[in-house]
Ligand binder design. Structure first.
Ligand code: ADP
Ligand code: MG
Length: 474
């Protein structure tokens, strides 16, 4: 089957192939080479009916993926490049190669990655990606190389590396990864799969969500195909089930999963599971399964730290090739403490803004671009935050905030911190004084007046304080 078929010229009146080429070129530019090659390259222009453009993809899976992730953009570009087009219909092209056999969904990202040449002919079925139609797509972005390691995830990361290097090793089977949402579980699972496949393309790696497992099993029950379901699943070398918590409480599915699980472990195959909780804390799960799940290694990914968030942002900004001032990254790392997914979202928004308006990234522009996101993450500024930030800014020890020293080098920053404490918190003067080495409330009042006056006299100083304030507030 012709995989470079996008270049084929459709003999469709009113739709020039050059317009289609432009749409593809723009998409490629927008999403980047890797993503384009993984998902979009196999699109083919099939024809046009009135205001509807027909585009085909070789598999149902690819079609759904493209529809979900690029559908709107694709339509907008087609509308822009081809006058009169209002709709885009994505179809599955009759797959010539899937003769007789239940269509194996190829793993495009994987296939692309393994083929050295961009224009390499499609791999023959025998060398095609394994894992068959059990394999959800691997995201080309989620590899070990792009995973930033820090305290909260170093153990999980080390376990994942180990499993990728030596699958099915005693003590590491199953690997059970757990942690809150958006902390990198799926990323690590994909990374394991990539690494395994890179070393041994013949390895059958089945990666799926627990939901998919359930869906397939229920379907097999309905069509009385459970035998095939079982044998297919048991023939893989590595089984990865993501988000196991969704399997909870579905009795016969859980039963089937349990048996599959045992069969694979007994046969020396590697299993990797992820969930939002540790096996013992997963409710609605049978005890015998719980025991099995904890039988290998259980690794948790902790909530991110400021340092990890900053490191991730630095890596992502560098990857995007965009100059982002450290202050902007620090702002994001400080404000968006929930999870990495949201952190990425915020950074992407800033990068998109910069691209769209052709502006360099600045603190001001970032705050503007993020407006609502930052507000949503707004937390009350504490006196601790203020003292820490001010000490950092003026390069003095944090302990000086409460010390008795009165030398100018520490007294002025201390006054700034008191001033900011008054401005940014709802603490009273005595309360503030107490936090600054048990000082009297009149000392705080004096500091507030002194800083206010200085700010009026000295624009550079005013700017400095305003910046500190903005950083604390944002
Ligand atoms: P989970 O499966 O735990 O909900 P994901 O693996 O989907 O989380 O991670 C969410 C996003 O954050 C992904 O885009 C992922 O690449 C990114 N991410 C998470 N942790 C890291 C990390 N340590 N380094 C780089 N990116 C990360
Ligand atoms: Mg996940």
């Amino acid at each position: 089957m012709e995989h470079e078929s996008g270049e084929r010229s459709p003999s469709t009146a009113g739709t020039s192939t050059t317009a289609w080429a432009r749409v593809r070129a723009r998409l490629r530019q927008e999403v980047g080479e890797a993503e384009y090659r993984s998902w979009l390259k196999q699109m083919s222009l099939a024809g046009r009916e009135g205001d509807t453009l027909e585009i085909t993809l070789p598999t149902r899976f690819l079609r759904d993926w493209v529809r979900e992730h690029y559908g709107d953009r694709l339509r907008a570009l087609c509308e822009a490049e081809m006058p009169g087009v209002r709709r885009v219909e994505l179809r599955v092209a009759p797959a010539a190669s899937a003769a007789g056999k239940a269509a194996r969904e190829p793993v495009p990202a994987l296939a692309e990655r393994l083929s050295p040449e961009p224009a390499a002919p499609p791999a023959p079925a025998a060398e095609g990606p394994r894992g068959g139609d059990w394999m959800l797509p691997l995201d080309p972005r989620w590899t070990f190389e792009s995973f930033v390691v820090g305290k909260p995830n170093e153990f999980a990361h080390a376990c994942a590396r180990r499993v990728a290097e030596r699958p099915a090793q005693a003590g590491f089977n199953p690997l059970f990864l757990y942690g809150g949402v958006g902390l990198g579980k799926t990323h690590l699972m994909h990374a394991i799969a990539w690494a395994l496949r890179a070393r041994d393309p013949g390895l059958e790696v089945a990666y799926m969500s627990a939901e998919k497992f359930m869906y397939r099993f229920i379907n097999a029950l309905r069509t009385q195909n459970t035998m095939e379901f079982k044998s297919q699943l048991r023939s893989v070398h590595v089984l990865m089930v993501d988000d196991l918590q969704f399997l909870i409480g579905k009795d016969n599915t859980q039963e089937e999963f349990f048996h599959t699980f045992n069969a694979l472990i007994d046969a020396g195959k590697q299993i990797v599971i992820s969930a939002d909780k540790a096996p013992n804390d997963l409710s609605g799960i049978e005890d015998r399964l719980r025991t099995r799940l904890s039988g290998g290694i259980v690794a948790d990914i902790h909530a991110t730290t400021y340092e990890l968030r900053l490191a991730i942002l630095e890596a992502k900004a560098a990857q995007a090739g965009v100059e982002v001032p450290p202050r902007v990254l620090e702002l994001l790392a400080r404000k968006i403490a929930t999870n990495v997914r949201e952190l990425e979202g915020a950074l992407n928004r800033i990068l998109a803004h910069a691209k769209l308006f052709g502006r360099p990234v600045t603190l001001e522009m970032a705050t503007e671009a993020l407006g609502d996101i930052l507000r949503a993450h707004d937390k009350r500024v504490s006196i601790d935050d203020i003292q820490r930030k001010v000490a950092e800014h003026y390069n003095i020890r944090l302990t000086e905030m409460a010390s008795a020293r009165r030398s100018r080098a520490v007294a002025r920053p201390r006054q700034v911190a008191m001033y900011l404490a008054k401005q940014l918190t709802s603490r009273s003067l005595p309360e503030i004084g107490k936090r600054f080495g048990n000082r009297d409330h009149t000392t705080v009042l004096h500091a507030v007046q002194r800083i206010t006056a200085l700010m009026q006299e000295d624009p550079a100083f005013a700017e400095d304080v305003t910046l500190l304030r903005k950083m604390l507030e944002s």
